[in-house]
Design a protein around this ligand. Structure first.
Ligand SMILES: Cc1ncc(C[n+]2csc(CCOP(=O)(O)OP(=O)(O)O)c2C)c(N)n1
Length: 604
């Protein structure tokens, strides 16, 4: 039977949405209801297969769904009312859009027969029911259906848009009457409407890429977020071993290779690793996999710092043709799915000749560069002082976790610190808002990851500033009773911004949190307890591991508040690359350094 032959059903608009979620086996609808989504929340009552989860701020609903998607590859529904609830989600959608992750958002909208009259929470002066246009730059596609019987079509289109090719968030802005009214509809069968299968790069391009890689003496693989999305990790590792190529990762690509693998050459760009940058910059052939070469991972395109393309020949594998050649000239474009492309490359290359990949001078060089980097890491990560370095805290936190623990970060020094020093063993265990670097992302996203994997350890690691942007979601964790562990690396301020300002402008801005002349922080452990959670405060680096262990063993949500060093020399991750920040003439020294670096940036 095709969906065209399916029996008609009489369903309300909201009922159609929920029925489609059931067909797609979506387990949760996450949001904050309001009058704009009453029909939806009413329809959800009839279908226990989709559990309604309430958050405390709508931005968190999208982050939670995003965290669930990043942990599993499967989307959830986020929903809001009309008006402020809807606009509250924009940062969440932007975060998902920039990182190409899938979230289905449904917002309530003005009744079709009242559009433009100034309904409660409508904006209509430029155009009636104009909410979706706020979202335009941050959604892959959006719909504002006017009739109930459009909805089956809209839903399978939305699903397809969200998950096919390069994934991304989509918006359904559904008028209240369209949610409430009923129609006789045939519900689509998902399997007849989905773009399943993996798009493969052209066979002749694969042959050209294989020939280039076969002749390479210093091949390097750069794995971006696309390698994780397409579940390409096994193929990344197999290709690395076939070629003897080190694998370096971007923020979102971290986890594409077990970082204890001898060919894992760590992360690349600024606040990354020296070995990753050196190897990528010295490659003769570079194979990039689902990586869009942001300024952060490409050291603002300053030649020779992270990349030297040319003379390095770039083989660029990406599902999205618009990324090809965007930031660097390509020797061979491979337009297609990361996993399929890598598998085809492996097949085209054939087996390795007799020599083990470990028996080469290049392998020896990779190990030497890694050792030098690991020695550098020790300086801050093994520091014994109190207050402890954030690097030491990160090491101690990891010591309390298992290899499949999921760690989630949002922005600031903790985001860079975890990127630089957390040893990621498996794909989808390092979750971060790598492209948008969103303060407040980590806690709700961690709750989403924990809902996906109730049996795994899930940690949200925040700075005090970032935590205070979404700490209300401790209530969500408490109500859901998910055992997410919220760690706060407390340095009483927005210290990444202070440090950056010191580096680039030669004087820090006033980004400390100060009260009565002293560094100020709320009592975060008391905050945790006030939400009803297990909570501890830690000052001594030797106590961190046990405190995190106790928190994880508590069985419920927990807070561990750790005081960390505020000294700018020791506070953050090591700078390893270059980042172009324009500087005013009033700071001639740092401006001169910036202009010097800028002169070496490649013309893009
Ligand atoms: C929503 C949002 N606002 C502003 C910024 C810019 N920003 C990046 S890091 C940062 C400070 C982060 O402070 P905190 O979380 O306390 O970590 P710290 O760097 O102090 O360790 C700010 C303001 C951002 N990334 N996201």
């Amino acid at each position: 039977m095709t969906d065209g032959e399916a029996p008609t059903q009489r369903l309300s608009g909201a009922g159609i949405v929920v029925d489609y979620l059931v067909r797609q086996r979506v387990p949760y609808a996450v949001g904050i209801p309001g009058h704009g989504s009453w029909s939806l929340t009413d329809a959800l009552l009839d279908r226990p297969e989709v559990r309604t989860i309430q958050v405390i701020h709508e931005q968190s609903a999208v982050h939670l769904a995003d965290g669930y998607y990043r942990a599993t590859g499967r989307p959830l529904l986020a929903f809001t009312s009309i008006g402020p609830g809807a606009t509250n989600t924009v940062i969440g959608m932007a975060t998902a859009y920039v990182d190409s992750t899938a979230v289905l958002l449904m917002t309530g909208s003005a009744h079709t027969y009242m559009r433009g009259h100034g309904l409660l929470q409508e904006f209509e002066r430029r155009h009636v029911a104009d909410n979706p246009r706020i979202f335009e730059p941050v959604v892959k596609e959006w719909w504002q259906p006017s009739r109930v019987d459009e909805l089956p079509f809209v839903l399978h289109r939305a699903w397809n848009a969200m998950l096919s090719g390069r994934p991304g968030p989509v918006l359904l802005d559904i008028p209240m009457d369209v949610q409430a009214e009923s129609a006789d509809v045939r519900m689509p069968l998902p399997e007849e409407r989905e773009a399943t299968g993996r798009a493969r790069p052209a066979a002749d391009d694969i042959e050209r890429a294989a020939a280039l890689l076969r002749g390479a003496e210093r091949p390097v693989i750069v794995a971006g977020g696309g390698a994780i999305t397409s579940e390409a990790s096994a193929a990344v590792v197999a290709l690395a071993e076939r070629l003897g190529a080190p694998v370096v990762t971007t923020w979102n690509g971290k986890g594409a290779i077990d970082e204890t693998h001898p060919l894992a050459a760590q992360t690349l760009g600024d606040t990354a690793s020296t070995c990753g940058n050196e190897l990528a910059a010295g490659a003769d052939v570079l194979l990039s996999v689902g990586c869009r070469f942001t300024d952060w991972s490409a050291s603002s395109y300053r030649k020779g710092v992270t990349f030297s393309i040319p003379p390095t020949a770039l083989v660029q594998l990406d599902i999205d043709a618009r990324e090809i050649g965007k930031n660097y000239p390509v020797a061979v474009p491979l337009v297609g799915d990361a996993r399929a492309g890598l598998e085809d490359l492996l097949a085209a290359l054939g087996p390795r000749d007799a020599r083990e990949y470990r028996d080469t001078p290049f392998f020896e060089e990779i190990q030497k560069r890694k050792v030098a980097w690991f020695e550098q890491v020790e300086v801050k990560s093994a520091a014994t002082g109190t207050p402890m370095t954030m690097a030491r805290a990160t090491r101690e936190i990891q010591a309390a976790t298992s290899d499949d623990a999921i760690v989630v970060t949002g922005a600031g020094l903790p985001q860079g610190m975890v990127k630089q020093r957390w040893v990621t063993r498996q794909p989808r265990t390092h979750i971060t808002s790598g492209g948008f670097s969103t303060m407040g992302f980590e806690l709700p996203a961690a709750i989403g990851a924990q809902l996906a994997h109730r049996d795994r350890q899930v940690l949200s690691i925040s700075g005090d500033g970032s935590f205070m942007q979404s700490m209300q979601e401790l209530a969500t964790a408490a109500m859901l009773d998910v055992p997410v562990c919220q760690v706060i690396l407390d340095n009483s301020g927005w210290i990444s911004i202070k440090g950056g300002q010191q580096t680039f402008f030669g004087r820090p801005a006033s980004t400390d949190f100060i009260r009565n002349g002293e560094p100020y922080s709320p009592d975060f452990a008391a905050i945790g307890r006030s939400f009803g959670l297990h909570a501890e405060a830690v000052n001594d680096p030797n106590d961190v591991c046990e405190a995190v262990r106790r928190a994880l063993a508590s069985g419920g949500p927990s807070v561990v508040a750790i005081k960390v060093d505020r000294d700018l020399e020791r506070a953050g991750p090591d700078k390893t690359g270059w980042w172009d920040v324009p500087i005013a003439e009033s700071h001639p020294e740092t401006r001169a350094a910036q202009l010097e670096g800028r002169a070496e940036e490649q013309q893009l």
